[in-house]
Design a protein around this ligand. Structure first.
Ligand code: PAF
Length: 274
């Protein structure tokens, strides 16, 4: 495995690659969710590039940029064992200069839910993903459905800017009790981890209601809200179509149910595609 800490090293290492390039961008502190993306990308491509970069431009003032878990040594070993060809770990100076040209999130999809609660987050996320996709020359890039809105916006960016890469959505990975895996779960203590299960429980409750024929969004949200009372603060419960437009009735095959809630220190998100 080649470790590229500079853009020059990455470009040099890429010269030998001829064939499909799978790419998994990450912010490190790798867990089984990342590993499932990495494994899928490994299976489906001739070459595999993973990036680890805690991107400052997607963190808002007061968010956990400095505290974000960093586990470089463990991450390096995981990538090596998973058969990664190039691990790209740039510094901030390598990635950004002053007074950059920026791309912005779209006015509707980019400014609801996560976009509303974390204004500017998606601009920074799209900026770095654009850079990373260009730098990696990926033919296929892998993103988890857990960040559903992120996935939708990256797919739109690739379409709107005619970028030559296929975005592959990957299933959410959960622990044995249903908690969606996230690097930020590392902030949870034992008691908070128990309470954090209310996010996936609320989504399960919604599934049961839909399976029993209840399609009215307000009724489903009410029940979900009761299950989510174990969280310290619920930021949103949303039932939208795949365009992220609010629905009155669940449309089977075209609906995403999303929750965001604070439990202890971290703000957690989870969702379900129906
Ligand atoms: O999902 C993430 O970890 C980040 O938003 C990403 C896609 C690596 C961009 O920094």
């Amino acid at each position: 495995m080649i470790i590229a800490r500079t853009i020059e090293t990455l470009q040099e290492a890429k010269k030998t690659l001829q064939g499909s390039i799978g790419f998994v961008p990450t912010m490190g502190a790798l867990h089984h969710g990342h590993l499932s993306l990495i494994r899928q990308a490994r299976e489906e491509n001739e070459y595999l590039i993973v990036s680890i970069f805690v991107n400052p431009t997607q963190f808002l003032e007061g968010e956990d940029l400095d505290a974000y878990p960093r586990k470089e040594e463990a991450d390096r070993k995981i990538c090596e064992l998973a058969g990664v060809d190039i691990l790209f770990m740039p510094t901030i100076d390598q990635m950004y200069e002053e007074d950059e040209l920026c791309i912005g999130a779209p006015a509707i999809r980019g400014y609801v839910l996560e976009g509303e609660k974390r204004p500017g987050h998606f601009d920074g996320m799209l900026q770095v993903v654009m850079k990373l996709l260009n730098l990696s020359s990926a033919t296929h890039a892998y993103f988890g459905k857990k960040d559903a809105q992120q996935l939708a916006l990256i797919t739109q960016m690739v379409k709107n800017y005619f970028m030559d890469v296929t975005i592959i959505p990957c299933e959410i990975v959960r622990d044995e009790r249903g908690l969606a895996l996230s690097s930020r779960n590392a902030y949870l203590n034992h008691e908070e981890k128990e309470r954090a299960l209310c996010l996936s429980r609320a989504l399960k409750r919604a599934t049961k209601m839909v399976m029993a024929g209840e399609l009215h969004v307000e009724k489903i949200k009410q029940e979900m809200s009761a299950v989510l009372s174990e969280a310290d603060r619920v930021e949103y419960i949303a039932i939208v179509n795949r365009e992220f437009k609010a629905l009155e009735k669940v449309e089977i095959g075209n609906t995403i149910i999303l929750v965001a809630a604070w439990v202890g220190k971290p703000r957690l998100i989870d969702n379900l595609w129906i």
